[in-house]
Design a protein around this ligand. Structure first.
Ligand code: SAH
Length: 396
């Protein structure tokens, strides 16, 4: 008989609403023995079958649901079905928007908790974040090899969250060819170099694709400051939108070097682009002292919040940089500001921006809203899937 996690009384509600997580506090007992990542049945206090899930003994999220269908077993066919379902939507977006790179699997939102797969041209980059995802690695890889015989697979499971699951960090070639030092991808008519092996995340921030595209419309003849530029996607967008000048700031010299090469790759005027290695918090203060001003500021910081204890500090951080940005904007200028911290709700982020505007002594309007691109869908049962929020704010 299969191993069962029996829930405490009344704790079946979230699963009945198809939320895919079982927290440790919701579990009354485990019947039978299972190793990390193995598939177990989740049953209510009364013994009613609820879901089939992967066990994460080391994590507060004790189990992640693979299926709510009692007839579905977790085997290669299951992974093939999930992959094909996800591919259908990505193929539509890829054709519609002329993409050769996209998020193929967005974890929980695609019914594959703990699994991220990004496609860059002929390379599939895997990130396995949970014990269940790791346990199923061979099966998942077999499914991928069957469905994508033309693709190479590279593992970038070198992410700190794996420690919460008791997993080591891993990275390397799974099958096919080793990715080149830089691979060029296409995004809304621009080309970009991506470093799969040592870039951030799986190599590139695909989730900001549509915001980068939208940002072009604000650039005409403008002086643009691109904070937290990484490899310069927003800088290339600004240049394609005919900006007068764009200054990109990041602490990573490797990222800035690629940013410069991305401007060249698109045959844009490098003399209009500057790349500054600095801490955004410090540089903005220095610009304020020097009386520098900008027409457009892009503020796309890394995740400031990993857990609830960091939320207050993160709020201060977001307020600080956005307040400084408002002070550096010319009248009529636009701030494009983002938060990719899942624990920061859209409402809270909006309040922080509003507070920053008031404290900066500026009158500001919200004029446009952004979110992660459509290849990062949000399952309605899993609102946590919406992690990236953004606003265009205009100084009156
Ligand atoms: N806007 C980028 C993605 C930004 S990711 C894009 O469209 O692709 C966040 C970036 O912030 C990373 O490149 C990281 O190196 C950089 N970073 C982190 N802390 C920083 C700081 N204090 N000052 C400047 N850059 C920082």
């Amino acid at each position: 008989m299969s191993v069962r996690l029996v829930l405490a009384k009344g704790r079946e509600k979230s699963l009945q609403r198809r939320h895919p997580w079982v927290f440790s506090g919701a579990v009354a007992r485990m019947e039978g023995k299972a190793s990390p990542g193995e598939t177990v049945d989740i049953v209510s206090h009364q013994g009613a079958w609820l879901a089939r899930a992967a066990l994460s003994p080391a994590s507060q999220i004790r189990a992640r649901v693979w299926t709510f269908d009692p007839t579905e077993s977790i085997d290669i066919d299951f992974f093939e079905r999930r992959l094909q379902r996800a591919q259908q939507w990505r193929s539509e977006i890829a054709q519609r928007d002329g993409l050769d790179s996209y998020r193929l699997i967005a974890g929980e939102s695609d019914g594959l908790p703990g699994i991220t797969i990004d496609r860059f041209g002929q390379f599939l980059v895997l990130q396995l974040l949970s014990a269940g995802a790791e346990y199923q690695r061979p099966v998942l890889v077999s499914a991928l090899q069957k469905l994508y015989p033309e693709c190479s697979i590279y593992d970038r499971s070198d992410v700190a969250v794996r420690k919460k699951e008791g997993l080591p960090l891993t990275q390397g070639l799974v099958c096919g060819e080793l990715p080149p030092e830089l691979l060029s991808i296409e995004e809304h008519g621009m080309k970009l170099w991506v470093d799969i092996k040592s870039g951030h995340k799986t190599g590139y921030y695909l989730d900001q694709r549509d915001s980068r595209f939208a940002s072009r419309r604000y650039a005409q003849d403008k002086r643009v400051l691109n904070c937290f530029s990484y490899t310069g996607g927003f800088a290339v967008s600004a240049l394609l939108g005919n900006c007068r000048e764009v200054i990109s700031v990041d602490t990573s010299q490797e990222a800035l070097d690629i940013a410069r090469r991305n401007v060249e790759l698109n045959q844009l005027d490098v003399s209009k682009a500057q790349f500054i290695r600095d801490d955004v918090f410090k540089l903005l203060r220095r610009y304020r002292e020097q009386g520098e001003t900008f027409d457009v500021i892009i503020m796309d910081p890394p995740k400031f919040v990993e857990n609830k204890n960091q939320l207050a500090g993160a709020c201060r951080g977001y307020k600080d940089i956005n307040l400084l940005a408002f002070q550096l904007l010319n009248p009529g200028g636009v701030l494009l500001t983002f938060s990719c911290s899942g624990l920061m709700s859209g409402d809270l982020f909006q309040k922080i921006i509003a507070d920053a505007a008031v404290d900066a002594g500026r009158e500001v309007q919200f004029i446009e809203q952004f979110r992660q691109a459509a290849d990062h869908p949000v399952n309605v049962a899993y609102p946590e899937g919406l992690y990236l929020k953004g606003f265009a704010c205009r100084l009156i």
